[in-house]
Ligand binder design. Structure first.
Ligand code: GLO
Ligand code: MG
Length: 354
């Protein structure tokens, strides 16, 4: 099949791409076991360059496995060793996310658990994630607030819960004057209702923090769609506030479980609009990564279980090309005449390549 030649960089802009090691996955889902052999972390690291990626997104325990069994000194030492390895390989640690949803101590949530001892654990583990980020050489913490929410409304005090989350963010900011916290909002899954479900909620917390300039957001396409929102509008809102510091591009086919499909695979026009907003809003010009959070299909054979990553990157680049070659003059004319039917045709024909 002929492939259009598309460069990652266009006029003046070179995008850098990242993903997390969990995006190379063995295929287990809630209904069935793994279908592919696990790939060792060191082998995954090699894949980054091969696939054209420079940035690595980390959970704290991706960087330091079995984190809870190690002393703070040991954790720092291992993180520093990994930081050196990454630098030698020309890889950049984009962020560290404390994985607060797998421990037996976070069954009822981390920061918002009803048990003060468990809240303390979440707090300390997040501060440790800040230390890990510093040792790795990253200034970014991502907070996906997985279990900060409820299965039944009456089980927690939502007003207090928001305060607990803010306290944790403030503690991280105070722990290290360089660190930035990016909130990754998601409205549900695993919880029925999660706290901080949209970027608007995240940014309002940012402004209340002890250093609003160091609290921003990471927007995931699928999460915005699960909230019934348009991902490009969510991104535009964060860009307007100068708080879009990363993205998790992927796709989602309607309101169901979080699918993490390849970027652009379900809805081309939404993908076009996300790239349009990112380009127009200068995303990437301050070193932000185009991050992916994508899952390969469970049906995929082991010999090509990274195709979702290269596909998503390619679809993004093709969309950049589409955005850059869109007929701006014709667009302006349609808008001037308030002829949005003509604009619709212009967009759809452009996407269809006619
Ligand atoms: C799940 C989230 C998850 C986070 C990752 C980084 O729905 O998207 O994949 O992005 O754990 O914190
Ligand atoms: Mg994500």
């Amino acid at each position: 099949m002929a492939r259009a030649k598309v460069k990652a960089s266009g006029k003046g802009r070179k995008y850098r791409f990242s993903f997390g090691p969990w995006n190379i996955h063995e295929g287990a889902d809630p209904f069935g076991p793994p279908v592919r052999q696990p790939i060792a972390f060191a082998k995954k690291l090699k894949k980054y360059r091969e696939l054209g990626f420079e940035g690595i997104q980390f959970h704290d325990d991706d960087a330091v496995p079995d984190i809870d069994s190690k002393s703070p000194q040991q954790v720092r030492k291992e993180a520093a060793r990994l930081g050196k390895l990454l630098a030698n390989e020309g890889l950049v640690p984009e962020f560290v996310a404390p994985r607060l949803w797998e421990s037996p101590k976070t069954i009822d949530g981390g920061f918002t658990s009803n048990n003060p001892a468990e809240r303390k654990y979440a707090f300390q583990r997040s501060l440790q994630a800040v230390d890990i980020a510093a040792e790795l050489g990253s200034k970014n913490i991502v907070l996906w607030l997985a279990r900060e929410g409820t299965y039944i409304r009456e089980s927690k005090n939502a007003r207090l819960a928001n305060g607990y989350i803010l306290d944790a963010i403030n503690a991280m900011l105070e722990h290290n004057p360089e660190i930035r916290v990016m909130i990754e909002p998601k409205p549900n899954e695993p919880m029925d209702h999660a706290y901080v479900p949209t970027i608007g909620h995240a940014i309002s917390l940012a402004y209340l923090s002890v250093d609003p300039n160091r609290v921003g957001g990471l927007i995931e396409t699928a999460h915005a769609k699960l909230a019934g929102l348009d991902p490009s509008d969510e991104m535009a809102f964060a860009l307007f506030h100068k708080k879009l510091w990363s993205v998790h591009l992927n796709d989602q086919n309607g309101l169901k479980f979080d699918e993490d499909k390849s970027f652009g695979a379900a809805n081309l026009r939404e993908a076009f609009n996300q790239v349009r907003v990112l380009e127009e809003g200068g995303f990437g010009l301050n070193g932000e990564f185009v991050g992916l959070d994508v899952k390969v299909m469970r049906t995929q054979k082991a010999n090509n279980a990274t195709a979702h990553l290269s596909n998503s990157k390619r679809f993004f680049e093709l969309m950049v090309h589409k955005v850059r070659t869109f007929n701006r003059k014709a667009e302006a004319e349609c808008i001037k005449n308030r002829d949005y039917e003509a604009l619709e045709r212009l967009v759809v024909e452009h996407l269809l390549g006619v």
